[in-house]
Design a protein around this ligand. Sequence first.
Ligand code: APR
Length: 241
Amino acid sequence: MSPTNVVILTGAGISAESGIPTFRGSDGLWEGHRVEDVASPEGFAANPTLVHQFYNLRRAALKAVEPNAAHQALARLQKTWGNRVTLVTQNVDDLHERAGSTEVLHMHGELLAALCAGCEHRFKSRTDLKQTMPCPACGAHGSLRPDIVWFGEMPYCMDDIHHALTQAKIFVSIGTSGNVYPAAGLVRMAALCGATTIEINLEPSVNTSEFDQRFIGPASVEVPRWVEQLVRGTADPLPQA
Ligand code: APR
């Protein structure tokens, strides 16, 4: 198939086989915490030390994991088809970048970045964050937080994502449960824009019926297979039930 515009949305499932746990475990907890305690502005206001510790641990854990075959396959697709591929992720890890992807739209922010709640300065940061650290831009103390989009906050890059969807011929959603909006609504927008919509997931997502095609299985197997078919031009362009 000659290059065509593709929008890819990834979620926690693509990094699961690298060893990063997904969010929605059967116990409803995220690494032992209630999600609202560690992923909301209210949780941060109530206990900033806990929230900093939580993300400091997540940041440190990133050093022990590597991208898997699914991240690598998407990087290959980006290299082959260039700017016709828009890679959007809900993940805050850096595994797409470490697999060789460039131009990754991190709609839910990044673990390796910090945000000043005072002046809104955003900057790359690989070190632990603490309440006492000053903002490098405005100098305020106590205003730094992880550059993570928490529940109730507006995701990043929405204008770029919407623009890419208007140009898309294919929209593929990989390793996401479809529980969190606006990410879970992108498939509907893609369909309205005329794209063929594809889901790749370990199990059907909650919005699986909105997709034209689905490939059920581990991302490390299904994503390389799909990319291979796409670049060879053997992908089935017709929607299937
Ligand atoms: N291959 C493919 N899919 C997988 C794999 C795998 N190896 N392992 C798990 N999955 C699937 C699960 O079946 C599930 O549908 O990945 C999905 C992960 O879902 P969630 O844990 O809900 O993660 P995600 O959809 O990315 O969460 C969205 O919620 O908590 C917020 O901001 C956070 O970005 C996150 C957002």
